[in-house]
Design a protein around this ligand. Structure first.
Ligand code: 2FM
Ligand code: ZN
Length: 553
C-alpha cells in the first residue's frame, strides 16, 4: 500500500495578486509534491486556497467599492490562474470564507470551549474615533520616537531602524481617516495556548523539524506560552463568534482550518477520500505543511495546539522557507523588482523561474536571492546549453537518416547504468528538499551526456557511410540519456517533460521507468523545446513591473 500524504502550502491573502515571493514557497512545495507523485510508494494530495478574512480584505473591498465576497471570488480566480500557469499541481484551491470552513471553525471553537481552553477579558486597544473601529497596528503611523522621522509604522522606523510599541509614536494618526487614535476598552476571547505546552513539546520532539525551527521553539517555550487573542470587534470581515453579534474570530483563528476546509471541499469531487483517515487523531497518513518563516509561530504552536485539543491529528512536519530578495535587496516597487506572478508570465517562461529557484532552494531556512543576470546565465547555460542540447544534437540524425526510428540495442549499457544508479541519490535530495544539490547532480549527468556526444562526433562520423550504424546507436544512446535526465528534471520542468514525452512518443514518465531503455521505437520530429533567455525579455519584464508600481503608487 502506498503511503498517503497530504501536503499544504500557506494560504495567500485574498487582497491582492500573487507575486514572486509567494512563488518561492509554492514552487518549492510543488516540486516536492511532483516528485512524490512520480513515486509508486506514495500517494500524495496537494491542497491550498486563499485566506479570505481580516481587516485588510475588508478595507480593500471598501476601496474598490465591492463586497468582500466579490473581492475574494475575483482574487481567488486570479490566483488560481497564476498558479496553474506556473504549473503548480494543486488538487484543490479553495477559500477560508466558505461553508465548510465555517462549520469547522464552530467545531474547533465548541471543542475548545468545552475543554476550558477559552477565556474572556477586557483589554485596551487603539481606536479610530472617526472610522469607529479598532485599529490593527499596521493602520497606525506617526513620528519615530527616536529620530522624529514622519509617517513611520507603529512597530519600527524605516529611517533609523528603531523598534517600539505603537503607543510610543509621536503624533500618531490612523491611516484610514487621519484621526488621532484613542484608547478604548473591549472584551476579547482568548485561547489558552499555555495549556498545551507539554503536548507541544512532545510533538516537537517526535517530528523531524528543521533545526532553526527547534531553536525558535525552544526560545518560545523558554519565554513561556501565553494566551492568544482570537477575537476582533466589528466592523470586521470574518466569521461571527457564536452568541455574539459584534465580535468575530480573528483571521488567524480560522485560516489554518482553511486547509481542512479545502480538503473537505475536495471530498465532493473525490469520494475515495476519507476525512478521518487524513485528519483523525489516529491517522496513519502524513500531513506536510510548507510555510514561510514569518508564520512559524502560528503553524508550530497555535495550529498544532488547536488540532490536538479539538481531537484531530497534528502535522507530520512543518517545512519553513526563507524570503525572496531580488538583486540582493527586498523586493521594491520603486526599483521595479516587486514582480507580480502575472507580470512575470507576460514575459518569461514559468519553467525558467522554477528551474532557477530549484538551483537555489535547500532544506534550510535561508533567504533566497534572484539576480537577473545570474538567472539568465543559469537558464541559458544549463537548460538550453546542456540539457536540451543533448536532444537537439542527436534527434536530427535519427530523423534525417533513420526515419525517426531508434536503434535496437543500447550501445553503452555501463554509461546508461551510471545514469540509472544516480536516481537513488537524486531522489534522496528531492525528498529532503535539497533541490540545489539534486540539480547539481543532474547537471553533472548532463555534462557526461554531452561529453559522450562530443567524443563520438556523430556529425563527423556520418560523412562516412560505413559509420551509419554507429551513428544510429550513438544518437539512440544520447536520446536515452536525455530521457533519463527528463525523468529527473520532471518535478521541476513538468511542461517541458510533457513536450518531451510527446517528442519521444511515450506515456507519462515516472521514476520507475528509468530501468528500461527506449529502443526500437519510433519518435516524433524534434522541435526546439526551450529558447534562450534574452536580456531584452528581462528588461521588458522589469519595465512592466516599474510601470505597475508607478500606476498603483
Ligand atoms: O501569512 C499569510 O499570508 C497568511 N495568509 C497565511 C495563512 S496560512 C494558513 F494558516 F491559512
Ligand atoms: Zn527613527
Amino acid at each position: 500500500m502506498p503511503q498517503k500524504m497530504l501536503v499544504t502550502y500557506a494560504l495567500p491573502y485574498a487582497n491582492g495578486s500573487l507575486h514572486l515571493g509567494h512563488l518561492v514557497g509554492m514552487i518549492q512545495t510543488d516540486i516536492w509534491v511532483r516528485f512524490q507523485k512520480m513515486q509508486p510508494e506514495t500517494q500524495c494530495l496537494f491542497i491550498c486556497g486563499c485566506d479570505g478574512h481580516g481587516t485588510p480584505i475588508m478595507i480593500q473591498a471598501e476601496k474598490l467599492n465591492i463586497s468582500p465576497e466579490k473581492l475574494i471570488d475575483e482574487v481567488k480566480e486570479n490566483q488560481e490562474r497564476d498558479l496553474k500557469d506556473f504549473w503548480i499541481d494543486l488538487d484543490n484551491y479553495y477559500t477560508t470564507h466558505s461553508k465548510e470552513n465555517h462549520t469547522l471553525v464552530e467545531t474547533f471553537y465548541e471543542r475548545h470551549l468545552k475543554k476550558g481552553n477559552i477565556s474572556k477579558h477586557t483589554i485596551k486597544q487603539a481606536y479610530d474615533p472617526e472610522k469607529n473601529m479598532f485599529l490593527p497596528d499596521r493602520y497606525i503611523k506617526g513620528e519615530c520616537p527616536r529620530c522624529g522621522a514622519k509617517d513611520q509604522y507603529g512597530d519600527s522606523c524605516e529611517v533609523c531602524g528603531a523598534t517600539y510599541a505603537p503607543t510610543e509614536l509621536k503624533n500618531p494618526y490612523s491611516t484610514l481617516s487621519g484621526a488621532k487614535p484613542i484608547e478604548k476598552e473591549s472584551e476579547h476571547y482568548f485561547f489558552k495556548l499555555q495549556n498545551y505546552t507539554d503536548l507541544l513539546k512532545q510533538w516537537m520532539h517526535k517530528q523531524t523539524l528543521q533545526s532553526q525551527v527547534i531553536h525558535k521553539l525552544d526560545e518560545w517555550f523558554e519565554m513561556g506560552l501565553r494566551e492568544w487573542d482570537i477575537s476582533r470587534d466589528a466592523p470586521y470581515f470574518g466569521f461571527n463568534i457564536p452568541g455574539e453579534s459584534h465580535k468575530y474570530f480573528y483571521v488567524w483563528f480560522d485560516a489554518p482550518m482553511g486547509y481542512m476546509a479545502s480538503f473537505v471541499n475536495l471530498q465532493k469531487r473525490r469520494s475515495d477520500l476519507d476525512f478521518d483517515a487524513y485528519w483523525g487523531k489516529e491517522s496513519t497518513f502524513d500531513l506536510y505543511q510548507f510555510i514561510g518563516k514569518d508564520i512559524m509561530y502560528f503553524h508550530t504552536l497555535f495550529w498544532p495546539a488547536l488540532l490536538q485539543g479539538a481531537n484531530f491529528r497534528m502535522p507530520t512536519a512543518v517545512f519553513c522557507h526563507g524570503f525572496l530578495t531580488v538583486d540582493g535587496q527586498k523586493m521594491s516597487k520603486s526599483r521595479g523588482t516587486f514582480i507580480k506572478a502575472r507580470t512575470y508570465l507576460n514575459h518569461l517562461n514559468p519553467e525558467y523561474l522554477r528551474y532557477y529557484l530549484a538551483t537555489k532552494l535547500n532544506e534550510r531556512i535561508e533567504d533566497l536571492d534572484i539576480s537577473f543576470e545570474d538567472f539568465m546565465q543559469r537558464v541559458n547555460a544549463d537548460l538550453v546549453g546542456k540539457y536540451i542540447n543533448i536532444a537537439s544534437r542527436s534527434a536530427s540524425f535519427i530523423h534525417k537518416y533513420f526515419d525517426n526510428q531508434l536503434s535496437k540495442a543500447l550501445l553503452e549499457p555501463e554509461l546508461f547504468k551510471t545514469f540509472v544508479d544516480k536516481s537513488a541519490s537524486i531522489s534522496e535530495k528531492y525528498k529532503n528538499r535539497e533541490f540545489s544539490v539534486a540539480i547539481r547532480e543532474i547537471m553533472g549527468l548532463a555534462d557526461l551526456a554531452n561529453q559522450y556526444v562530443d567524443a563520438k562526433k556523430p556529425w563527423a562520423s556520418i560523412k562516412d557511410p560505413q559509420n551509419k550504424e554507429e551513428v544510429h546507436a550513438v544518437c539512440t544512446m544520447a536520446l536515452n540519456l536525455f530521457r533519463l535526465l527528463t525523468i529527473y528534471l520532471k518535478p521541476v520542468l513538468p511542461d517541458t517533460a510533457k513536450k518531451i514525452e510527446a517528442f519521444l512518443n511515450i506515456p507519462e514518465l515516472h521514476f520507475e521507468d528509468r530501468h528500461q531503455p527506449l529502443l526500437d521505437h519510433t519518435i516524433q520530429i524534434f522541435t526546439p523545446l526551450l529558447k534562450r533567455l534574452e536580456k531584452t525579455d528581462i528588461d521588458a519584464l522589469k519595465k512592466e513591473a516599474l510601470q505597475h508600481a508607478q500606476n498603483n503608487g
